[in-house]
Design a protein around this ligand. Structure first.
Ligand code: H53
Length: 775
């Protein structure tokens, strides 16, 4: 037995008095994790020297940790051999819940960044919240989304270490709590660097009040404990929409203040209380505006604890912080009502006023009169994005087009004021999780041809390009795709009890449910194909399986209506014997990181169909690309950079571009399109003509009206579904026809893989480190 295998056996024996063949999943999971943690403990505890970057984020969507940590430590093969010898399925850890402390792209990006930084020896520490419940679990009843709490701690938390001695106090107006840090190791590939993700848990100063208990006031006796624990109880399930709730502001301040205090404590221990050189030791990246309250909080701490004057403290703050913007959509830009902000954070608010005053002076000096566009405090609201731009030295977007839109359309007034602060950092994803681990077959295929260097240097992928011309490689690639489809089919059968036809083309759209991502357009186009097949208008259709996966924010009624609609379309198609040999439609339940790891490698076509100008970057587009799917997409977000690199001829770009939409926006009349074009009318009418049913909820009628009439808060069809409908249907049919020539299609796929080099988060995080943090 190898030493690590022995260590696992020993853990099982000492902790659970059992052995591998007899242990249950939870015991195995905890023993393997604990043994692995032991192997990197010393590396982890080595003090970090020099400047450190800190990633402040309300979300870290890590996914299941055990495989990625074992991979990075080089212990995966040994572990799997041990499991094998004990007669345990290699899928044993599949039932262990993934760590879902995030909603979608933003939280998953944070997780990719941590992996990439550790792999490249960049000292990047994550700071966030240890939610008791992560993103809800989803299931469907009669096609409608139901939510259930995600009790991820039921499996134990073997990757966290509670640091009681480093807890700090956080004060709100009238409430004080402990913030207790739980540290997780972030293990770089090869195990040479182990960084830290520090997640804060809220606890009561006095958990139990005996006086109240003795006075028979039982509820009151535990009130403080409940109120404190509420702060880190649950992740807000909104992706890309602002919540605006009191508890959310508390969460933001809670982890911001705790993280800053802990950094100041570490700084003080080394350098004393002269904080003037704080920014030489720490760079802090604000992941969206969620941690922006850190700005007035650091000012406050520097001025009260460090006795600094305002100007001096402001300089430190500005040099320390940088801000990443992830969306330009108005509904996601955080604003807090003044009374709410003042009542939750009375100690912090005066520092917002100081910032506002300084900004006002700057605007006077620059002779700017339309100050209402800039004010941090305006119309009874505190504007967090403005604060984040004003009080930091860097504002970046997450794809080229997104950064251009920020500069010229969304926030031109700020770009005019401080052009030097604006920069682009196109997103990326870690190829360790999103290729090496989730697609071992394709990873081996690549390594056989170009060696293993790509695992840590993704630019080497370009060396794969000649193999697109090699018939044997294309054939091999197709065999792997088929194998991944079979694996997905097994998994989906276990999870969703659905039988997949793995001969089919797999066309997949997986991401959060949002109107701007246009899952409804996808469904309309599927219906158009369905009717086309039935009418005989469409012939020679290559059999296709259309797969959706998406969670809707529980309060987002329209998104829930769209889920129900797609499930109804699925029923219509799947039970119609006239078409179900050539079409399948599936909505998988509880789409999450682990499901993504199965779905993405099996895809032939990656659906990236957001309205041009709305998706800041997207990151699943990159994951699909590196797994050899072609992109069916609009000119939006990182799709643009993807197809520029991989060739438009190897992808399917359709629909209106930002410039086109700009031109038609004032005259757009979706109802005219509906009236003129029978194919549009036919699919849109299924919302109301009885073809499909919303079970009496009224959701479908509301969707119908939103497209044709608009609503009090938006114009009709404000995401231009009907505008892009025909071009989309055409592009899909073109791709479908191309797919018949499997060999030619494989060539496109291989060229996409070979062009995926720039889309690694290794590159992105190097750019942050060099250009923003100056490490
Ligand atoms: O962030 C991703 C982008 C994606 C964008 C997403 C995002 C959230 O997940 C949540 C809030 C938010 O403002 C933006 O929608 O386009 O790829 C990472 O940058």
């Amino acid at each position: 037995m190898q030493p690590f295998q022995e260590a696992i056996v020993k853990k099982l024996k000492e902790t659970y008095h059992t052995e591998p063949a007899k242990a249950n999943t939870k015991q195995l999971y905890n023993a393997v994790s604990a043994a692995a943690l032991d192997t990197c403990w010393d590396t982890w505890q080595r003090p970090v020297t020099g400047k450190t970057a800190c990633y402040f984020s309300a979300e870290f969507l890590l996914g299941r940790l055990i495989h990625s940590n074992l991979l990075n430590l080089g212990l995966l093969d040994e572990t799997e051999a041990l499991l094998h010898d004990a007669g345990i399925s290699p899928n044993v850890f599949e039932e262990v819940e993934d760590d879902a402390l995030g909603n979608g792209g933003l939280g998953r990006l944070a997780a990719c960044f941590l992996d990439s930084a550790a792999t490249q020896g960049i000292p990047l520490m994550g700071y966030g919240i240890r939610y008791r419940y992560g993103l809800f679990k989803q299931h469907f009843t009669y096609g409608c989304q139901q939510e259930e709490a995600d009790n991820w701690l039921a499996w134990g938390d073997p990757w966290s270490v509670r640091r009681e001695e480093e807890k700090v106090r956080v004060d709100f107006g009238g409430q004080s709590v402990w913030a207790v840090p739980y540290d997780m190791p972030i293990i770089g590939y090869g195990g040479k660097t182990v960084n830290t993700l520090r997640l804060w848990q809220a606890e009561a100063l006095e958990p139990f009040n005996f006086q109240l208990f003795n006075a028979q006031k039982y509820h009151e006796a535990v009130q403080q404990e409940n109120d404190a624990e509420a702060i880190s109880a649950v992740l807000y399930p909104n992706d890309d929409t602002e919540a605006g709730k009191r508890l959310r502001l508390k969460q933001q301040y809670f982890f911001s203040s705790a993280s800053l205090q802990s950094l100041l404590n570490a700084y003080t221990a080394q350098f004393g209380t002269d904080y003037s050189r704080f920014a030489e030791q720490y760079a802090i990246q604000l992941n969206d505006t969620h941690p922006t309250v850190s700005i007035p909080e650091l000012l406050r701490l520097l001025m009260t604890q460090g006795h600094m004057a305002f100007e001096e403290a402001f300089a430190v703050v500005q040099q320390t912080f940088a801000y990443t913007n992830h969306t330009i959509m108005a509904e996601a830009l955080e604003k807090w009502s003044l009374p709410l902000f003042q009542s939750v954070l009375p100690e912090v608010y005066p520092y917002v006023v100081l910032l506002q005053n300084r900004l006002s002076n700057a605007l006077v000096q620059k002779q700017i009169s339309d100050t209402w566009k800039y004010n941090l405090i305006q119309d009874g609201m505190v504007h967090m994005a403005r604060m984040a731009i004003y009080a930091t030295h860097s504002t970046n977007g997450v794809a080229k087009i997104h950064t251009e839109i920020i500069k010229h359309t969304a926030l031109p007034e700020w770009y005019a004021l401080y052009p030097e602060r604006f920069n682009n950092k196109t997103n990326g994803v870690t190829q360790r999780r999103w290729l090496k681990l989730c697609n071992r077959e394709l990873a081996a295929f690549i390594s056989d041809r170009i060696g293993t260097g790509w695992i840590t240097d993704f630019s080497q992928l370009a060396k794969l390009k000649p193999y697109a011309e090699d018939a044997a490689s294309r054939e091999q690639f197709l065999r792997i795709k088929r194998e991944k489809k079979n694996q997905l089919a097994d998994y989906m059968y276990r999870k969703d009890n659905f039988g997949l036809n793995t001969e089919n083309l797999f066309d997949i759209q997986v991401k959060r449910l949002h109107e701007y991502k246009r899952q409804l357009l996808n469904a309309f186009s599927i219906l158009d194909t369905y009717f086309g097949l039935k009418d005989g208008r469409i012939r020679d259709f290559y059999p296709t399986t259309f797969i959706f996966g998406a969670k809707a924010a529980p309060g987002y009624v329209r998104a829930k209506g769209i889920i129900k609609f797609i499930n109804e379309v699925a029923n219509l198609v799947n039970y119609d014997n006239a078409v179900n040999r050539v079409m399948q439609v599936i909505f998988v339940s509880n789409y999450n990181v682990s499901y993504a790891e199965k779905l993405i490698p099996a895809a032939d076509i990656s659906e990236q169909i957001s309205t041009a100008g709305t998706e800041a970057s997207g990151t699943s587009n990159m994951k699909f690309m590196m797994n050899g799917a072609v992109t069916m997409g609009t000119y939006d977000g990182a799709n643009i950079e993807i197809v520029q690199n991989a060739g438009e001829e190897n992808n399917y770009i359709f629909g209106a571009r930002v410039e086109d939409l700009e031109k038609i926006k004032d005259t757009y009349h979706p109802k005219a399109l509906y009236e003129q074009e029978p194919r549009i009318r036919r699919v849109v009418d299924t919302l109301v003509d009885g073809t499909l049913t919303d079970g009496g909820s009224g959701w479908f009628r509301e969707l119908y009206d939103s497209l044709l009439e608009g609503a009090s808060w938006h114009k009709p069809d404000n995401y231009y579904l009907l505008q892009d409908f025909l071009p989309y249907c055409d592009a899909r049919l073109r791709a479908n026809a191309d797919y018949r020539n499997r060999d030619a299609f494989a060539k496109k796929c291989l060229l996409n893989i070979a062009a995926a080099g720039p889309f690694t988060s290794d590159r992105t995080i190097r750019q942050y480190a060099q250009e923003i943090w100056h490490l």
